[in-house]
Structures are given as C-alpha cells and as structure tokens.
Write a protein that binds this ligand. Structure first.
Ligand SMILES: [Zn+2]
Length: 469
C-alpha cells in the first residue's frame, strides 16, 4: 500500500519539480537524490566526472539529502528529470521510447546499451522525463464506486495496461479520486507495448525476480487464442495459465532457490484456432537472494541416495498432478503455534554431513522450507483450503502431509508425531491436521513447512504476507 502512495507522491513531485527546474535545463538534466545515493554512485551511474559533478552543483561537502535536485553535467541534448525505472516485461526500446518520449539514442547513451536486445525485463534503466512533453497525456480519475476495470472499459483501454502504467501492484488498489494515466491516444495505445497482436498486454510482477520467489505472470489476450509459455532457468518450466476472466490469464511460477543469477528467457505463445502461432520472448532478470550457508549433521541412512532419490521422486510425482480449480483464498494461515519463531529459514545453502563420518553420503543442497520453533505435540494447521494428496510415513520427511490447493500450488508439513488426515480428505484453512514431532531426518522436533508452485519449492514466507496471484 505505502509503495503506491509513494509512487503517486513521486509522480506529483516529478511533475511539480519538472516545472520549477526547467530554467536549469540548459546546464543538464536533473537527478533527484534517492535514499542510499552517494555522489560517487551517481557519477559512476551517469558516467560523469566526480569533480565536475561537485563543481556544477556547487556542493561543498558530500551531504546529500533525499529529494535534493542535482544537475548531471556532460549529457548534451538530454533534459528534464532523470528517473530510475525497472523495465517491465513486454517493453522494448521502441515502446519505452514512445512511453517516455525520449529518443532511442538518449536511452541507449544514458544506459550504455549496446543493442536494443539487451533490454531485459527487471533491469533498472535511467529514463529522462521531459517537463515539456509528459509521457502519458491521458489523465483519468476514478469516480466513487467505480473500479479500475470499469474505467478501463470506459477508456477503451486494458485493465492490466492501466494498472501497469500507473504502477499499481494490483488492479484493486486504485482508489476513487486518485489520478491515473491512460495511454494518450489510439496510436499510443496500439504501441503501448512491444507485443504481437494476439497479446493485449503481459506483465511480470515484482521485477527483478529473486531466487526462491513466486513469479506472477499476467497475460491478456485477444479472443480465440490459446495461451502457453515457458520460463527457462535451471530447467524449462511450462507455465500453467489459468483464466481470471474471459481474456485475462495468470500463471504462478516458482523460481528455484539454486538458480544461477542472470537473465533467462520468458516465452509466451498464442495459438490461433487455425493453428498459426504468435510468440513473444524476452529475457527476465533473476537476482541473488543472498541465502546464508549452514551445515547439518545426521545419520548416514538419511543421506543414502538410494533412499532419498526414491522419496524425492515419489513426492515430485504427487506435486506434478495439477488440478485446475483454485481452492485457496487470501493470505495463507500460519501453520505453526509459534508464528514468528524460526530455527531455520527457506533457501539456506545446506551441507548435509553424515555424523558417523561416512563422507560418501555427504551432499550439498538448500533448505526447501521454513522450520518453526516449538516441539512435540504442538498443533499443525493447514495453510489454506485444499485436498490431502499425500499422507504417510517417509524416511527423510517422517510423517509427511501434502495438501493440494489447486493450480499447481501445494503445501507440505514434515516430521509430524501424529497425522489426523488421509489422502482424499478435504481440509479447510486453519484446520488441525497433525502434531509436531521429530520423525525423519531431523536434529530435533520441529515443524518443517514448505510451499510448492508449479513444481518448485518457493520462499513460503511471502505466502503468509501477501495474496497470490
Ligand atoms: Zn526444514
């Protein structure tokens, strides 16, 4: 919520300050100091000489304050306010140029881009916002009781385009009276993104993606096309799109915790009834989540690959059965009595060592869930409505329960001392499904809880904090 207010505040302050600083534009464009900026960072980002930066702005010391406006010298032909923007999925250099009204030459120079194909979704770009030509001219305002969807219909525009250009993380976040922007005219609207005709819009939330995150991919298509897609990272994931309404689809995809940071192709494919295909591919950035290392000592039988591989394969078979109906609603219920106490978090790089010194079984992996504080006998709650698809004693995970919440989302509850549910049972959010225990590969009694999203264990914490999709 706060993010949105800041975005709007920033938008207003940009418009306002754009007018007040226009007199200085002959000396160079303006950069507004953000939290954490240093002069050295700024000089390096804009490839300008530090001494010149200090001289032009008559800065006597290094004390910068957030919101301070400084002139960036040595950028002839560039004017207005320089702002940092994350490249949205679906934007290419041409559409970015249209939206910001900056020339391709200026965009390439400001960002030291060698070729337009370098424009990965999730990359931070510097874009000039010119005071003379506001990039989005179509100002709109929601009336009381009117939703963004209704406004989108009135504007003959697209819901997700409106949400995206107005930096709303959800289409339900627009409030009555809020000033929003719509694409200025038909021509601008047709070119609001760089997508082929079958797609009205496409977006990926919270770019850049991080290791272990849950990617939310929204696509709006034209009538009669069948949508598919894929994300290539440590392996290729076929995206599972589910309809939100007639032409709006959403896919959730887990990003593996061990994915090498870098740019990966996200491909969208629209297939027409006659079989012809239109596709769009853009690189999206996946960044390091900074997970720490830890070492765990357990008996070697828990590390024997003839046992662990078989158990992993059995689990993978269960979570690969995707049911189309969405059973969860809202944020997930905390599965533990101790809601904010953890003995180990998701993503930790884990080295498992046999405590009998039998090093042939040592292996390195990552922690696939959250370990909660609290020992044997505490109640375990299911996180959301769903159907039990796995409930039995296993060697590594002890008494394990897996619940299917639909659309490729599953939760797992390991090491229980007792389990109260069986395969096929329907469960409700918050229902007690078992008791905490010390069964399986553990160093002590605890609840291990994990969330799977389309075949990948993701950071489960965010599912306790925000609503997906
Ligand atoms: Zn664990």
């Amino acid at each position: 919520m706060y993010k949105r207010f800041f975005a709007i505040l920033l938008a207003f302050s940009l418009l306002f300050s754009a007018q007040t600083v226009s007199a200085q534009s002959s000396e160079g464009p303006i950069y507004i100091i953000q939290a954490g900026d240093t002069l050295w960072d700024i000089a390096s980002r804009f490839n300008v000489d530090l001494d010149e930066l200090i001289a032009v702005n008559e800065l006597e010391d290094n004390n910068l304050f957030v919101g301070q406006e400084i002139i960036i010298p040595g950028l002839e032909g560039v004017s207005g306010i320089l702002r940092t923007e994350t490249v949205p999925y679906g934007d290419n250099l041409r559409s970015l140029q249209r939206r910001t009204q900056a020339s391709q030459k200026i965009l390439q120079r400001l960002n030291r881009l060698v070729s337009p194909t370098e424009l990965y979704a999730g990359v931070s770009l510097i874009v000039p916002v010119d005071a003379e030509t506001p990039p989005l001219a179509g100002r709109i305002s929601l009336k009381k009781g009117e939703t963004l969807l209704e406004e989108a219909v009135l504007q003959n525009s697209n819901l997700w385009t409106l949400a995206e250009i107005n930096k709303l993380s959800s289409t339900s976040l627009a409030l009555p009276g809020e000033t929003l922007y719509a694409p200025a005219d038909e021509e601008a609207k047709a070119n609001a993104n760089g997508l082929p005709a079958a797609f009205r819009s496409a977006s990926v939330e919270n770019l850049p993606l991080t290791q272990g995150s849950t990617a939310v991919i929204r696509v709006s298509t034209n009538e009669n096309v069948k949508l598919s897609g894929s994300l290539f990272s440590d392996k290729e994931y076929a995206l599972q799109f589910f309809p939100e309404d007639e032409n709006n689809f959403v896919a959730l995809q887990g990003v593996h915790a061990m994915t090498e940071p870098g740019a990966y192709p996200l491909k969208l494919i629209a297939t027409y009834p006659d079989g012809h295909v239109e596709s769009y591919q853009q690189m999206v950035l996946i960044v390091n989540a900074g997970y720490p290392n830890e070492t765990i000592s357990v008996p070697s039988e828990y590390l024997d690959p003839t046992i662990t591989d078989k158990e992993n394969a059995e689990l993978l078979a269960v979570i690969s059965q995707i049911t189309p109906e969405k059973l969860w609603e809202g944020v997930f219920v905390n599965p533990s009595v101790y809601e904010d106490c953890f003995t180990s978090r998701y993503g930790n790089r884990r080295a498992y060592r046999a405590n009998d010194g039998n090093s042939q079984y040592d292996y390195d992996g990552f922690h696939s869930g959250l370990d909660f504080c609290g020992g044997t006998g505490l109640e375990v709650n299911t996180s959301a409505d769903g159907v039990v698809v796995f409930a039995k004693k296993t060697i590594v995970r002890g008494n394990a329960t897996i619940i299917d919440h639909g659309q490729g989302v599953f939760t797992g509850y390991w090491h229980q001392s007792e389990s109260y549910v069986s395969v096929g049972d329907t469960v409700k959010a918050g229902q007690v499904i078992g008791l905490v225990g010390a069964t399986g590969r553990v160093t002590g009694a605890h609840l291990h809880w994990e969330v799977w999203v389309n075949g990948v264990q993701v950071n489960p914490m965010v599912w306790l904090e925000r609503v997906f999709p």
